[in-house]
Design a protein around this ligand. Structure first.
Ligand SMILES: Cc1cc2nc3c(=O)[nH]c(=O)nc-3n(C[C@H](O)[C@H](O)[C@H](O)COP(=O)(O)O)c2cc1C
Length: 203
């Protein structure tokens, strides 16, 4: 089967991408609006862009209707700050609850029951339930496409890592069992990070 995306509906193309590029890690992003409303939302178009300096990237897409820009992006444009919280299975349902298309005045911390705790360097709070939080300062916004289902790549420099005690071994590796991160497949399907195998990379 050979597909020219230009001949397909936008959602079909979205499904080809999200069904092929998987599993995707989830950036559970906390921000604060210019007038002080807290916001929390998950983004699975998420990766590392650089380790020196530490820069992560995630992509809020353009939605339909009269609010094409997601609150997360609006807040980052206004404040230049955000926190990426890693989502573990024990609060996956609360993470999912924050993903509804709520108006900007809704504080997703409040109705999800997740706990905001102060960050050290940035204004947006961290999610207490996350074993790993990354406080970020905006590095660069890359507007990729303003079309429906287009998006902006948000690049943030990690200015503080918070790692729960007992999660890191003697050579600085995070214990994946304790982190128990989940990933996103297509649609409503998620994966656990418990089924693993090893391969030593050639020298
Ligand atoms: C696991 C998961 C991953 C998601 N990944 C993305 C993503 O990468 N980009 C995006 O625009 N929306 C993504 N969404 C949808 C957003 O979370 C949703 O649009 C949310 O309402 C945005 O919130 P905001 O307007 O407060 O920023 C995802 C939803 C879920 C449940």
């Amino acid at each position: 089967m050979i597909i020219d995306p230009k001949t397909r509906d936008h959602w079909d193309v979205y499904r080809l991408l999200s069904g092929s590029i998987l599993p995707r890690p989830i950036a559970f992003v906390s921000t604060i609006s210019a007038d002080g409303v807290l916001n929390l939302a998950p983004f699975s178009f998420f990766t590392v862009a650089s380790a020196n300096p530490p820069i992560i990237a995630f992509c809020p897409m353009v939605r339909g209707g009269d609010r094409p820009k997601k609150d997360t992006l609006v807040n980052i444009e206004a404040t230049g700050e955000f926190v990426v919280n890693i989502c573990s299975e024990d609060f996956a349902a609360q993470m999912n609850a924050t993903a509804g298309e709520y108006p900007p005045e809704v504080d997703e911390f409040q109705f999800s029951g997740l706990t905001p705790v102060p960050s050290e360097v940035v204004k947006p709070p961290r999610v207490k339930e996350s074993r790993v939080n990354m406080e970020c300062k905006l590095h660069q916004l890359v507007p990729v496409s303003g079309n429906f289902l287009g998006g902006t790549m948000v690049l943030g420099e990690v200015v503080r890592f918070h790692v729960q005690d007992g999660m890191v071994n003697s050579i600085g590796e995070i214990d994946a069992d304790k982190l128990d991160a989940i990933g996103r497949m297509a649609g409503p399907v998620y994966v656990r990070t418990k089924d693993r195998f090893e391969m030593i990379r050639p020298a």
